[in-house]
Design a protein around this ligand. Sequence first.
Ligand SMILES: Nc1ncnc2c1ncn2[C@@H]1O[C@H](COP(=O)(O)OP(=O)(O)OP(=O)(O)O)[C@@H](O)[C@H]1O
Length: 340
Amino acid sequence: MTMSDTPAVSVQQLQKRYGSTVAVADVSFQVEPGQIYGVLGPNGAGKTTTLHCICTLLRPDAGQVEVCGIPVQQNPRAVREKLGFVAQEVALDKVLTGRELLQLQADIYHMPRSLAQERIAAVLQLLGLTDRADERTGTYSGGLRKRLDLAAGLLHQPQVLVLDEPTVGLDIQSRLAIWDCLRQLKEMGITVLLSSHYLEEIDLLADRVAIIDRGRVIAEGTPEELKARVGGERITVKLQEFAPAELAQRGAELLGSLPFVQQVLINSAQGNALNLVVKKEAGEDPLGSIRAYLQEHGLEVFSSSQSRPSLDDVYLAATGQTLLDAELAAAEAIVGKKKK
Ligand SMILES: Nc1ncnc2c1ncn2[C@@H]1O[C@H](COP(=O)(O)OP(=O)(O)OP(=O)(O)O)[C@@H](O)[C@H]1O
Protein backbone atom coordinates (compact mmCIF):
# COMPACT_ATOMS: atom_id res chain seq x y z
CA MET A 1 0.00 0.00 0.00
CA THR A 2 1.42 3.42 -0.96
CA MET A 3 1.08 6.46 1.29
CA SER A 4 -1.58 7.97 -0.96
CA ASP A 5 -3.77 4.87 -0.52
CA THR A 6 -3.68 5.22 3.25
CA PRO A 7 -6.95 6.70 4.52
CA ALA A 8 -6.62 9.95 6.48
CA VAL A 9 -8.96 8.45 9.08
CA SER A 10 -10.10 4.87 9.37
CA VAL A 11 -12.66 3.75 11.95
CA GLN A 12 -13.50 0.03 12.07
CA GLN A 13 -16.22 -1.43 14.27
CA LEU A 14 -15.74 1.16 16.97
CA GLN A 15 -17.53 0.58 20.27
CA LYS A 16 -17.67 2.77 23.36
CA ARG A 17 -19.94 2.71 26.37
CA TYR A 18 -20.25 4.84 29.49
CA GLY A 19 -21.36 2.46 32.25
CA SER A 20 -24.56 0.95 30.93
CA THR A 21 -25.04 3.60 28.20
CA VAL A 22 -23.88 2.42 24.80
CA ALA A 23 -22.69 5.64 23.14
CA VAL A 24 -21.14 3.95 20.09
CA ALA A 25 -22.45 0.47 19.26
CA ASP A 26 -20.79 -0.15 15.88
CA VAL A 27 -19.29 2.63 13.80
CA SER A 28 -17.09 2.14 10.72
CA PHE A 29 -16.08 4.63 8.04
CA GLN A 30 -13.06 5.79 6.08
CA VAL A 31 -11.99 9.29 5.18
CA GLU A 32 -9.76 9.64 2.12
CA PRO A 33 -7.02 12.29 2.18
CA GLY A 34 -8.19 15.72 1.01
CA GLN A 35 -11.89 15.06 1.56
CA ILE A 36 -14.38 16.96 3.64
CA TYR A 37 -16.15 14.15 5.49
CA GLY A 38 -19.34 14.69 7.48
CA VAL A 39 -20.69 12.72 10.42
CA LEU A 40 -24.38 13.55 10.60
CA GLY A 41 -26.84 12.58 13.29
CA PRO A 42 -29.21 13.85 15.97
CA ASN A 43 -28.03 14.86 19.43
CA GLY A 44 -26.91 11.86 21.43
CA ALA A 45 -26.26 9.70 18.33
CA GLY A 46 -22.63 9.15 19.35
CA LYS A 47 -20.86 11.73 17.15
CA THR A 48 -18.81 13.42 19.89
CA THR A 49 -17.80 10.07 21.38
CA THR A 50 -16.64 8.85 17.96
CA LEU A 51 -14.61 12.02 17.32
CA HIS A 52 -13.07 11.87 20.80
CA CYS A 53 -11.92 8.30 20.13
CA ILE A 54 -10.30 9.47 16.86
CA CYS A 55 -8.61 12.41 18.59
CA THR A 56 -7.07 10.23 21.35
CA LEU A 57 -9.26 11.86 24.03
CA LEU A 58 -11.15 8.63 24.76
CA ARG A 59 -10.08 4.98 24.71
CA PRO A 60 -12.30 2.80 22.53
CA ASP A 61 -13.75 -0.33 24.19
CA ALA A 62 -13.35 -2.23 20.91
CA GLY A 63 -12.51 -1.63 17.26
CA GLN A 64 -9.66 -0.10 15.30
CA VAL A 65 -9.06 3.61 14.79
CA GLU A 66 -6.20 4.90 12.63
CA VAL A 67 -5.17 8.40 11.60
CA CYS A 68 -2.89 8.55 8.51
CA GLY A 69 -2.24 4.84 9.04
CA ILE A 70 -1.18 5.28 12.68
CA PRO A 71 -3.16 3.26 15.23
CA VAL A 72 -4.62 5.68 17.77
CA GLN A 73 -4.36 3.45 20.83
CA GLN A 74 -0.79 2.28 20.22
CA ASN A 75 0.63 5.65 19.22
CA PRO A 76 -1.52 8.54 20.45
CA ARG A 77 1.39 10.98 20.45
CA ALA A 78 2.12 10.51 16.74
CA VAL A 79 -1.59 10.80 15.99
CA ARG A 80 -1.78 14.14 17.81
CA GLU A 81 0.97 15.51 15.55
CA LYS A 82 -1.04 14.61 12.46
CA LEU A 83 -4.34 15.89 13.72
CA GLY A 84 -5.90 19.12 14.95
CA PHE A 85 -9.10 19.10 17.01
CA VAL A 86 -11.71 21.83 17.40
CA ALA A 87 -14.00 20.93 20.28
CA GLN A 88 -17.70 21.77 20.47
CA GLU A 89 -17.40 24.02 23.50
CA VAL A 90 -15.09 26.99 23.15
CA ALA A 91 -13.39 27.48 26.48
CA LEU A 92 -11.31 30.55 25.73
CA ASP A 93 -9.79 32.72 28.37
CA LYS A 94 -11.53 36.06 27.85
CA VAL A 95 -8.75 38.30 29.13
CA LEU A 96 -6.07 37.22 26.69
CA THR A 97 -5.97 38.53 23.14
CA GLY A 98 -6.39 36.20 20.18
CA ARG A 99 -2.68 36.39 19.43
CA GLU A 100 -1.74 35.61 23.06
CA LEU A 101 -3.99 32.56 23.07
CA LEU A 102 -2.37 31.26 19.91
CA GLN A 103 1.06 31.87 21.48
CA LEU A 104 -0.03 29.73 24.46
CA GLN A 105 -1.07 26.99 22.05
CA ALA A 106 2.32 27.25 20.30
CA ASP A 107 4.04 26.88 23.70
CA ILE A 108 2.12 23.65 24.30
CA TYR A 109 3.69 22.31 21.10
CA HIS A 110 7.14 23.61 22.20
CA MET A 111 7.38 25.71 19.05
CA PRO A 112 10.39 28.03 18.88
CA ARG A 113 9.33 31.70 19.20
CA SER A 114 10.22 32.83 15.69
CA LEU A 115 8.49 29.85 14.06
CA ALA A 116 5.47 30.43 16.31
CA GLN A 117 5.22 34.08 15.28
CA GLU A 118 5.35 33.12 11.63
CA ARG A 119 2.70 30.40 12.00
CA ILE A 120 0.45 32.60 14.14
CA ALA A 121 0.53 35.36 11.53
CA ALA A 122 -0.29 32.79 8.83
CA VAL A 123 -3.31 31.22 10.61
CA LEU A 124 -4.65 34.64 11.61
CA GLN A 125 -4.46 35.68 7.96
CA LEU A 126 -6.05 32.43 6.76
CA LEU A 127 -9.03 32.82 9.08
CA GLY A 128 -9.46 36.54 8.52
CA LEU A 129 -8.57 37.40 12.12
CA THR A 130 -5.52 39.61 11.63
CA ASP A 131 -7.39 42.87 12.36
CA ARG A 132 -8.82 41.58 15.63
CA ALA A 133 -5.78 39.61 16.81
CA ASP A 134 -4.71 42.10 19.47
CA GLU A 135 -8.12 42.53 21.06
CA ARG A 136 -9.21 40.53 24.09
CA THR A 137 -11.21 37.48 23.08
CA GLY A 138 -13.92 38.58 25.52
CA THR A 139 -14.93 41.14 22.87
CA TYR A 140 -15.25 38.48 20.11
CA SER A 141 -18.58 37.25 18.74
CA GLY A 142 -19.33 33.51 18.77
CA GLY A 143 -18.29 33.23 15.12
CA LEU A 144 -14.94 34.97 15.69
CA ARG A 145 -14.19 32.75 18.69
CA LYS A 146 -14.89 29.67 16.63
CA ARG A 147 -12.52 30.93 13.96
CA LEU A 148 -9.84 31.49 16.60
CA ASP A 149 -10.44 27.92 17.76
CA LEU A 150 -9.88 26.74 14.20
CA ALA A 151 -6.70 28.81 14.05
CA ALA A 152 -5.46 27.13 17.24
CA GLY A 153 -6.25 23.69 15.81
CA LEU A 154 -4.23 24.48 12.66
CA LEU A 155 -1.15 25.98 14.31
CA HIS A 156 0.92 22.78 14.26
CA GLN A 157 0.00 22.26 10.57
CA PRO A 158 -1.95 19.02 10.95
CA GLN A 159 -2.88 16.91 7.92
CA VAL A 160 -6.33 16.25 9.35
CA LEU A 161 -8.60 18.74 11.11
CA VAL A 162 -11.45 17.29 13.19
CA LEU A 163 -14.29 19.61 14.20
CA ASP A 164 -17.19 18.76 16.53
CA GLU A 165 -20.30 20.69 15.49
CA PRO A 166 -18.32 23.74 14.37
CA THR A 167 -21.30 25.96 13.62
CA VAL A 168 -23.74 25.02 16.37
CA GLY A 169 -25.41 28.12 17.81
CA LEU A 170 -23.86 30.50 15.25
CA ASP A 171 -25.83 32.96 13.12
CA ILE A 172 -26.01 32.33 9.37
CA GLN A 173 -23.33 34.92 8.53
CA SER A 174 -20.82 33.27 10.88
CA ARG A 175 -21.75 29.82 9.61
CA LEU A 176 -21.06 30.90 6.03
CA ALA A 177 -17.66 32.26 7.13
CA ILE A 178 -16.77 28.92 8.78
CA TRP A 179 -17.90 27.00 5.68
CA ASP A 180 -15.63 29.20 3.55
CA CYS A 181 -12.72 28.48 5.88
CA LEU A 182 -13.32 24.73 5.66
CA ARG A 183 -13.47 24.84 1.85
CA GLN A 184 -10.21 26.79 1.85
CA LEU A 185 -8.56 24.15 4.05
CA LYS A 186 -9.68 21.49 1.59
CA GLU A 187 -8.10 23.45 -1.25
CA MET A 188 -4.87 23.48 0.74
CA GLY A 189 -5.03 19.67 0.85
CA ILE A 190 -6.05 19.37 4.50
CA THR A 191 -8.51 16.58 5.29
CA VAL A 192 -11.54 17.87 7.20
CA LEU A 193 -13.73 15.63 9.36
CA LEU A 194 -16.70 17.37 10.94
CA SER A 195 -19.79 16.36 12.87
CA SER A 196 -23.07 18.18 12.55
CA HIS A 197 -26.77 17.80 13.08
CA TYR A 198 -27.47 20.38 10.36
CA LEU A 199 -28.56 18.53 7.23
CA GLU A 200 -27.93 21.37 4.83
CA GLU A 201 -24.45 21.96 6.23
CA ILE A 202 -23.36 18.42 5.47
CA ASP A 203 -25.20 18.41 2.14
CA LEU A 204 -23.40 21.59 1.02
CA LEU A 205 -19.94 20.88 2.40
CA ALA A 206 -19.23 17.18 2.61
CA ASP A 207 -17.75 15.01 -0.14
CA ARG A 208 -18.98 11.98 1.81
CA VAL A 209 -21.16 11.48 4.83
CA ALA A 210 -21.82 8.84 7.47
CA ILE A 211 -25.26 9.20 9.00
CA ILE A 212 -25.20 7.97 12.60
CA ASP A 213 -28.20 6.99 14.67
CA ARG A 214 -28.04 5.47 18.15
CA GLY A 215 -24.37 4.62 17.86
CA ARG A 216 -24.60 2.97 14.43
CA VAL A 217 -23.91 4.05 10.85
CA ILE A 218 -27.24 3.79 9.07
CA ALA A 219 -26.11 5.20 5.70
CA GLU A 220 -22.77 6.09 4.10
CA GLY A 221 -21.82 7.63 0.77
CA THR A 222 -21.73 10.93 -1.07
CA PRO A 223 -24.79 13.10 -0.34
CA GLU A 224 -25.83 12.67 -3.98
CA GLU A 225 -25.58 8.87 -3.82
CA LEU A 226 -27.58 8.70 -0.61
CA LYS A 227 -30.33 10.93 -1.94
CA ALA A 228 -30.45 9.02 -5.23
CA ARG A 229 -30.69 5.76 -3.27
CA VAL A 230 -33.88 6.80 -1.46
CA GLY A 231 -35.01 8.07 -4.85
CA GLY A 232 -38.25 9.67 -5.77
CA GLU A 233 -39.17 13.29 -6.22
CA ARG A 234 -41.22 14.94 -3.49
CA ILE A 235 -44.34 16.55 -4.90
CA THR A 236 -46.92 18.60 -3.04
CA VAL A 237 -50.32 19.13 -4.64
CA LYS A 238 -53.01 21.44 -3.29
CA LEU A 239 -56.53 20.96 -4.65
CA GLN A 240 -57.63 24.14 -2.86
CA GLU A 241 -55.87 26.60 -0.55
CA PHE A 242 -57.64 24.77 2.31
CA ALA A 243 -59.13 21.61 0.85
CA PRO A 244 -62.08 20.00 2.65
CA ALA A 245 -61.16 16.58 4.08
CA GLU A 246 -63.42 14.73 1.62
CA LEU A 247 -61.87 16.38 -1.40
CA ALA A 248 -58.36 15.66 -0.13
CA GLN A 249 -59.34 12.05 0.51
CA ARG A 250 -60.68 11.64 -3.02
CA GLY A 251 -57.49 13.19 -4.48
CA ALA A 252 -55.33 10.92 -2.33
CA GLU A 253 -57.21 7.81 -3.46
CA LEU A 254 -56.96 8.76 -7.13
CA LEU A 255 -53.25 9.54 -6.94
CA GLY A 256 -52.55 6.49 -4.78
CA SER A 257 -53.83 4.33 -7.64
CA LEU A 258 -51.18 5.65 -10.07
CA PRO A 259 -48.43 3.05 -10.48
CA PHE A 260 -45.59 5.57 -10.16
CA VAL A 261 -46.86 7.12 -6.93
CA GLN A 262 -45.03 5.47 -4.06
CA GLN A 263 -46.72 7.25 -1.18
CA VAL A 264 -49.49 9.81 -0.58
CA LEU A 265 -50.04 11.63 2.70
CA ILE A 266 -52.75 14.17 3.48
CA ASN A 267 -50.99 16.97 5.31
CA SER A 268 -53.51 18.70 7.59
CA ALA A 269 -50.86 21.19 8.72
CA GLN A 270 -50.65 22.37 5.08
CA GLY A 271 -54.40 22.86 4.44
CA ASN A 272 -54.89 19.18 3.54
CA ALA A 273 -52.24 19.35 0.83
CA LEU A 274 -51.24 16.01 -0.70
CA ASN A 275 -47.61 15.09 -0.10
CA LEU A 276 -46.45 12.56 -2.66
CA VAL A 277 -43.31 10.56 -3.25
CA VAL A 278 -43.03 9.50 -6.88
CA LYS A 279 -40.82 6.79 -8.35
CA LYS A 280 -38.23 7.34 -11.07
CA GLU A 281 -40.55 5.55 -13.55
CA ALA A 282 -42.77 8.64 -13.42
CA GLY A 283 -40.68 10.04 -16.26
CA GLU A 284 -39.58 13.59 -16.97
CA ASP A 285 -42.73 15.43 -15.93
CA PRO A 286 -44.54 13.61 -13.12
CA LEU A 287 -46.38 16.78 -12.17
CA GLY A 288 -47.82 17.06 -15.69
CA SER A 289 -49.06 13.46 -15.55
CA ILE A 290 -50.59 14.04 -12.13
CA ARG A 291 -52.33 17.20 -13.26
CA ALA A 292 -53.74 15.47 -16.37
CA TYR A 293 -54.92 12.43 -14.41
CA LEU A 294 -56.72 14.55 -11.83
CA GLN A 295 -58.33 16.61 -14.61
CA GLU A 296 -59.63 13.43 -16.27
CA HIS A 297 -61.40 12.71 -12.99
CA GLY A 298 -62.79 16.21 -12.62
CA LEU A 299 -60.29 17.62 -10.11
CA GLU A 300 -58.22 20.76 -10.67
CA VAL A 301 -54.79 21.42 -9.17
CA PHE A 302 -54.81 24.72 -7.25
CA SER A 303 -51.03 24.83 -6.68
CA SER A 304 -48.12 22.44 -6.67
CA SER A 305 -44.41 22.18 -5.95
CA GLN A 306 -41.71 19.65 -6.57
CA SER A 307 -38.41 18.99 -4.80
CA ARG A 308 -35.58 16.46 -4.83
CA PRO A 309 -35.12 14.18 -1.81
CA SER A 310 -33.01 15.67 0.99
CA LEU A 311 -30.69 14.03 3.49
CA ASP A 312 -33.63 14.16 5.88
CA ASP A 313 -35.48 11.81 3.53
CA VAL A 314 -32.44 9.52 3.71
CA TYR A 315 -32.61 9.61 7.50
CA LEU A 316 -36.38 9.09 7.44
CA ALA A 317 -36.10 6.12 5.08
CA ALA A 318 -33.52 4.46 7.35
CA THR A 319 -35.05 5.19 10.76
CA GLY A 320 -38.74 5.87 10.21
CA GLN A 321 -38.50 9.34 11.74
CA THR A 322 -37.14 12.71 10.65
CA LEU A 323 -33.93 14.10 12.10
CA LEU A 324 -35.93 16.87 13.77
CA ASP A 325 -38.23 14.34 15.46
CA ALA A 326 -35.17 12.43 16.67
CA GLU A 327 -33.71 15.66 18.10
CA LEU A 328 -36.97 16.44 19.90
CA ALA A 329 -37.11 12.91 21.31
CA ALA A 330 -33.48 13.23 22.52
CA ALA A 331 -34.25 16.61 24.15
CA GLU A 332 -37.29 15.12 25.91
CA ALA A 333 -35.19 12.19 27.14
CA ILE A 334 -32.69 14.63 28.65
CA VAL A 335 -35.45 16.66 30.36
CA GLY A 336 -36.89 13.36 31.63
CA LYS A 337 -33.52 12.33 33.09
CA LYS A 338 -33.10 15.69 34.83
CA LYS A 339 -36.54 15.46 36.40
CA LYS A 340 -35.75 12.12 38.04
N1 LIG B 1 -19.30 11.25 29.81
C1 LIG B 1 -20.44 10.59 29.60
N2 LIG B 1 -20.98 9.81 30.57
C2 LIG B 1 -22.13 9.13 30.36
N3 LIG B 1 -22.82 9.15 29.21
C3 LIG B 1 -22.35 9.90 28.21
C4 LIG B 1 -21.13 10.66 28.35
N4 LIG B 1 -20.92 11.31 27.19
C5 LIG B 1 -21.94 10.98 26.36
N5 LIG B 1 -22.80 10.13 26.97
C6 LIG B 1 -24.00 9.51 26.36
O1 LIG B 1 -23.58 8.79 25.21
C7 LIG B 1 -24.50 8.97 24.14
C8 LIG B 1 -23.78 9.54 22.92
O2 LIG B 1 -23.33 10.86 23.23
P1 LIG B 1 -22.48 11.77 22.25
O3 LIG B 1 -22.14 13.02 22.98
O4 LIG B 1 -21.37 10.99 21.68
O5 LIG B 1 -23.54 12.08 21.12
P2 LIG B 1 -23.54 13.23 20.03
O6 LIG B 1 -24.10 12.61 18.82
O7 LIG B 1 -22.21 13.84 19.93
O8 LIG B 1 -24.54 14.28 20.59
P3 LIG B 1 -24.22 15.80 21.01
O9 LIG B 1 -24.13 16.54 19.73
O10 LIG B 1 -25.42 16.14 21.82
O11 LIG B 1 -22.94 15.77 21.80
C9 LIG B 1 -25.61 9.85 24.68
O12 LIG B 1 -26.64 8.99 25.13
C10 LIG B 1 -24.97 10.56 25.84
O13 LIG B 1 -25.94 10.88 26.82
